[in-house]
Write a protein that binds this ligand. Structure first.
Ligand SMILES: C[S@@+](CC[C@H](N)C(=O)[O-])C[C@H]1O[C@@H](n2cnc3c(N)ncnc32)[C@H](O)[C@@H]1O
Length: 249
């Protein structure tokens, strides 16, 4: 039976965390969900000589791992609000980066950064070809805007914020190993919200499941909001995998 066909049934308190699927996160991601080598190349180019960097939604540290391997001089602070994800990042990277178990909605650090980025972390863009859609893990508009304001406050003048692009979300099922299958289903909730259902099964038995509700904002609206925050939209990088803003001096 395809899990993707299942109607969403979840408790609000179980929503919007990665704790339900963190044990299976790496096996999904390293089976082609993201291309971490390409991400490393793109981000290395975007960061240039910038060294003090804040990763928004570091997860298990897969992006940070590639970056510090490429440039050991980088000082990355990995922020995440899911403890079980951050624990894996610490196991992976030890003292190669710094960690902050914080929700970006209340972001408060005693330092500023030359750059910040998110790869499917707190925010990302969906690439629709002729336009982008801004996609937020923070599903309340006002809270999302307040969080972005906090991120910009933590950037130094001239600092950049790079957000990764993804393809459109679809329903599908895929074998990850001989016994493990991943399925995702997208449920449109209207009013700019959709819920994504992540399901891992072993021999048709659900071993992990998570629901996440996302907020979608048009590219023009979000560019205008960043301009209000004093950040100029610099545009897409050469591979069309990142969109970058720069805090004005
Ligand atoms: C899809 S994972 C991406 C992880 C990593 N960037 C990667 O590419 O593998 C999204 C991460 O963002 C974190 N996240 C989502 N909303 C957040 C919030 N409000 N504050 C902090 N972290 C958040 C989640 O806990 C999760 O670890």
């Amino acid at each position: 039976m395809s899990q993707a066909a299942k109607e969403p049934t979840y408790l609000e308190q179980d929503l919007n965390t990665y704790s339900g699927i963190s044990d299976y996160y790496d096996v999904l991601m390293t089976n082609g969900y993201y291309d971490y080598d390409e991400i490393t190349r793109d981000l290395t180019e975007i960061l240039g000589s910038r060294q003090r960097v804040l990763e928004l939604g570091v997860g298990t540290g897969l992006v940070a791992e590639g970056l510090v391997k490429q440039n050991p001089k980088l000082s990355i602070t990995g922020l995440d609000n899911t403890e079980s994800m951050l624990t894996q990042a610490k196991e992976r990277l030890g003292d190669k980066i710094q960690y902050e178990l914080q929700d970006v909605t209340t972001l408060s650090l005693d330092q500023t950064f030359e750059a910040s980025f998110s790869v499917g972390g707190c925010w990302y863009f969906i690439d629709l070809g002729d336009r982008l859609e801004f996609c937020s893990h923070i599903d309340d508009r006002k809270t999302c805007e307040e969080s972005l304001r906090r991120v910009v406050e933590h950037l130094e003048p001239g600092g950049v914020l790079a957000l990764a692009l993804q393809g459109t979300h679809t329903d599908y099922s895929k074998s990850l190993t001989d016994e493990l299958t991943y399925s995702q289903a997208i449920h449109d909730e209207g009013a700019g919200l959709f819920t994504k259902q992540y399901t891992f099964t072993k021999q048709d038995k659900v071993v992990a499941e998570q629901f996440y509700r996302y907020l979608v904002i048009s590219d023009q609206e979000i560019h205008n909001f960043f301009l209000e925050l004093g950040c100029k939209p610099l545009g897409l990088n050469s591979t069309r995998k990142f969109f970058t803003y720069q805090k004005q001096r």
